[in-house]
Design a protein around this ligand. Sequence first.
Ligand code: BTN
Length: 339
Amino acid sequence: MESSVSVVYVESNKMSQRKKTVIDILRDSDGFVSGEAISDRLGISRNAVHKHVKSLRGRGYRILGVSRRGYRLEEEPSRLSMARIADSTEGSAFGRSFRYYDEIESTNAEAKSLAASGAPEGTVVIAECQSAGRGRLGRRWTSPAGKGLLFSVVLRPAVPMGEAYLLTLVAATAAAEGIEAATGVGVQIKWPNDLLVGDRKVGGILMEVAGEQDEVEWVVVGIGLNVNTEYSELPVALRRTAVSLKMATGEPVDRSDLLSHLLLSLETQYTNAVRKGFDDALQAFRERDYLVRRSISVETHNGPVLGKASGIDEHGALLVDVGHRQIKRFHSGDVSLHR
Ligand code: BTN
């Protein structure tokens, strides 16, 4: 049977021929190769070799450098198996069109531009590494090459703009279920979009929407997960608050299998929400609500609001009991625990 799956592999256009040659030289050698030998082969300075090695390390190549001996390739970055992913998501609406990048600025930015130029629902943009990964509230999302999952899906839901926001909750619960199915690790959701293992963040969701008041044109759901990231690879500022699935289980996780589970679970929950409404998604979220009954602080333009998290309403807004029998609703915001 002819396959209708399209997988476009996009090799990083920033990976110069010189860097590829450095890798080839190191691959072809059993042991160390001196910086001088590499610089002679390429006709560039030792310093230029050093710079290429540094940039390759940033792309996930583990290259050992020892003075007076040179460089040795220890490990190449792991790559997703798009063939396996396409196989296991065969027949699914989110398994028909993949664009797989070695490196990209941001999968969300790319998915948005594809969506704006008519890409069909279910188009999936995946990258091994992002140079300008974006998080919520203008933050950055960083992940070492080949260690996380970084992907964005184009959706075209027939819902009014006011409901599109609920898709963040759909994506978060779908991601939590996908992670549990693939790894057995329990995941809770910190409203609206943080995926937590225990008290630590393992991933997040960035949803971006375009359209008119009464009709959504497209939605891009971007998911970033720390999968095989080591503790030492987490940004220092996040080492007390972040975790990876490998750190949680003690075992490396098969990223291709995990991505297949995530896409299937996202498709099931999304289709259900668009056809039948958001009740199931709200219920699924409530069962994983990390904040409920905790003392929290919500950052607002007028300063922090303190209170007790009291779940979410039917629109997915966060409810906060601020005392004196008053419940406040928040549709967006930055929430932290208030101890
Ligand atoms: C957050 O927790 O603030 C959301 C993080 C979302 C990160 C993902 S990684 C894939 C996709 N591309 C981006 O630039 N961001 C999202």
